[in-house]
Design a protein around this ligand. Structure first.
Ligand code: IYR
Length: 221
């Protein structure tokens, strides 16, 4: 691999008080992010989705190989196929595959095998992890920390979606292999998750979840 050239870092620094305020503001903003399961059919322009995906693509990744691919779906016919395939897997999940403990843990969320939002929401973003790359000659290119990298990119995407004033749902019908077939993705790509993106349906309610406090999630030494 050719050696990279180095350029000056475009770093912006702030006075300490402003840093504290920015941190509080960002926490405030992100604390309002909630997964929603009922969407409005109000349109969201493609240009907005493009900008959000470019933010996702700015995530750090193993050896900067950027082992992700995003398929943004607005086509109603494709959304319908995804809904049908996802509901088929979900029916098996809820009726036979899921252990009792899992179903019990899901009770507070009132979920079931019906996924109408897969057709209502204006956009579905299928996130794929590239388990390996493909060289021009068809040989395999090793990728590193693929799950970590794609998780980071998806986290940035979720925060960008929220920051832009949209809602999303991280949806993981299992298994998700049908996404390769419907979206015609190659064998080196594995579905990571399906993000449902749009405006929340008016009057939507969300579970009264509690977030862990700092002393539960962090240790200072
Ligand atoms: N994929 C199923 C079940 C499900 C599993 C978990 I873990 C969740 O946090 C939520 C749902 C569904 O989407 O209904």
């Amino acid at each position: 691999m050719k050696k990279n050239s180095f350029i000056p870092l475009d770093f912006k620094s702030y006075p300490p008080e402003e840093m504290q305020q920015r941190a509080r503001d960002y926490r405030q903003l992100m604390s309002r992010r909630r997964s929603v399961r009922a969407f409005s059919d109000k349109a969201v322009p493609r240009s907005l989705i493009e900008t959000l995906l470019l933010t996702a693509g700015s995530a750090p990744s193993g050896a900067n190989l950027q082992p992700w691919h995003f398929v943004a779906v607005s086509d109603p016919g494709v959304k319908k196929k995804i809904r049908q395939a996802a509901e088929e897997e979900e029916r098996a999940f809820y009726s036979e595959r899921a252990p009792e403990e899992w179903l019990k843990d899901l009770e507070p969320f009132d979920t079931n095998d019906q996924k109408p939002f897969l057709e209502t929401a204006p956009w579905l973003i299928a996130v794929f992890e590239q388990r390996y790359g493909l060289n021009a000659d068809g040989s395999k290119k090793k990728h590193y920390y693929v799950g970590e990298s794609v998780g980071l990119a998806t986290g940035l995407l979720i925060s960008a979606i929220h920051n832009a004033g949209l809602a999303c749902l991280t949806h993981t019908p299992s298994p998700m292999k049908f996404l390769n077939d419907i979206l015609e993705r190659p064998v080196n790509e594995k579905p990571f998750l399906l993000l449902v993106v749009g405006y929340p349906r008016e009057g939507v309610t969300v579970p009264d979840n509690r977030r862990k406090g700092l002393d539960e999630i962090a240790t200072f030494i």
